[in-house]
Design a protein around this ligand. Structure first.
Ligand SMILES: [Zn+2]
Length: 424
């Protein structure tokens, strides 16, 4: 097995050497790697096509790939790809307590991560209070959404859990603390703020608060309610001071002075889809692959900036299937696997070909230097005339899989401006 990836690598997410940031396509790039623009108008280190991240013959399992982070089990070693990855000593400490093979998932907290083990207990690794195990009612699935990014106690975050004892029910909490208390106390002091029971067990729960059930139904919840608590006034000095400390000294905000949690709608909405076998949620879009190999993409459409043509608008009463032309007899390709990143989507077809669509500025589409829109040879873009952004594919592109030659793709993952591919 082997892991390949492409996309943004200025933080070393996809391994060394780190590339420069790519900002705009029509500006020639000048950096030390391209001899101050003498050798090429690009940074030669941009990962614009899939390249290998692990060595061949290693076994690779993706534990989670969401929210700026990917956790991998590579030959029994825990690996973290992220913008601020956990330090090597934290990973080592952690794997002394739990072997990576026992980890089934990871969710972000404001200042660290919580890992879920097969037996249903949680292990948190946090900057503020180190490592901590939370045992109680065993958990089957967990998802967190940090409504407030900077609060280490996740006071205004939202948490969803599915307990092993009742795999058909999602319990929602508007804070990490009530969720922990609920787990630990035999007779709960804290009740979930919402409970939703589906007709079959949940097989996947994502941080966007989406669930896939064994029957193949997809539910989504967690939209911000139109009615929100009043925003604190600008003269809130305590808030200003805490914010200043956070912005300039990176000191965590221990107590959010007067900001109330955001109010979310916890009522699950069933998505109008045929029986689904696989679900992925991303920043702007979500993907679902049906049991018969159809691909569906839906999400937020801006209608002013380029949109993925095959993406249905969120809340559509009917979802139209995405069509990747097969180029031969059959009209469309059968899809095996798909994933959604921040603004791009990738798909693996049953015939082994890899496809991508959406934003590709950082190389996440894996199509090299291909440009779109009205970008002319000398790099001039008329944005007023231009309906499509210069590095945004509105329709499906075949990925450049030269590096994967002779290998069979098993699955694709996407997160942020990254695409990951597991091959056999
Ligand atoms: Zn460079």
């Amino acid at each position: 097995m082997q892991l390949f990836g492409c996309g943004e690598n200025s933080s070393g997410y996809l391994g060394e050497p780190r590339s420069c940031m790519r900002r705009s396509v029509n500006e020639p790039h000048i950096c030390q790697h391209n001899n101050e623009g003498e050798n090429s108008p690009y940074c030669p280190l941009w990962v614009l096509k899939p390249r290998e991240i692990t060595n061949p013959s290693q076994s690779v399992r993706v534990l989670s790939c969401e929210n700026g982070s990917t956790f991998l089990d590579v030959d029994g070693h825990l690996k973290h790809l992220g913008l601020n990855p956990l330090k090597e000593h934290q990973l080592t400490e952690m794997t002394k307590v739990w072997s990576p093979s026992s980890i089934t998932g990871a969710v972000p907290l404001a200042d660290g991560f919580a890992f879920l083990s097969r037996d249903g207990s949680l292990l948190t690794v946090r900057d503020s209070n180190g490592m901590h195990t939370i045992q109680g009612k065993p958990i089957q699935h967990i998802a967190t959404r940090r409504v407030d990014l900077h609060n280490p106690n996740l006071i205004s975050g939202a948490v969803a859990i599915v307990l092993k004892q009742d795999p058909q029910t999602v319990l929602s909490f508007d804070s990490w603390q009530p969720m922990c208390s609920f787990l630990k106390t035999p007779a709960p002091n804290y009740h979930p703020i919402h409970t939703a029971t589906f007709s079959s067990p949940i097989v996947k729960l994502t941080s966007k608060f989406a669930a896939l059930t064994e029957e193949g139904e997809v539910f989504i919840w967690g939209e911000k309610l139109p009615q929100q608590p009043p925003t604190p006034s600008d003269e809130d000095e305590e808030f200003e001071d805490a914010w200043f400390e956070f912005s300039f000294t990176n000191k965590p905000i221990k107590k959010w002075p007067s900001r109330a949690p955001e109010l979310l709608d916890y009522n699950p909405r069933k998505q109008p889809l045929p029986p689904i076998q696989e679900l992925s949620t991303g920043g702007c879009n979500n993907t679902a692959v049906s049991r018969s190999g159809q691909l569906f993409v839906w999400g937020y459409r801006s209608n002013t900036w380029p949109d993925i043509e095959d993406a249905n608008a969120v809340n559509s009463t009917e979802l139209k299937e995405a069509t990747i032309p097969s180029g031969s007899g059959e009209a469309r390709l059968q899809i095996k696997n798909a994933a959604a990143g921040q603004k791009h989507v990738v798909a693996l077809a049953v015939d082994g070909s890899l496809w991508s669509v959406g934003d590709g500025i950082y190389g996440q589409l894996g199509i090299g230097l291909k440009q779109f829109g009205l970008c002319t040879e000398d790099g001039v873009i008329d944005m007023l005339e231009n309906e499509t952004d210069e590095e945004f594919a509105v329709d499906w592109q075949r990925m450049d899989t030269e590096a994967l030659e002779g290998r069979e793709c098993e699955s694709v993952f996407a997160e942020g401006a990254h695409t990951l591919i597991i091959t056999r």
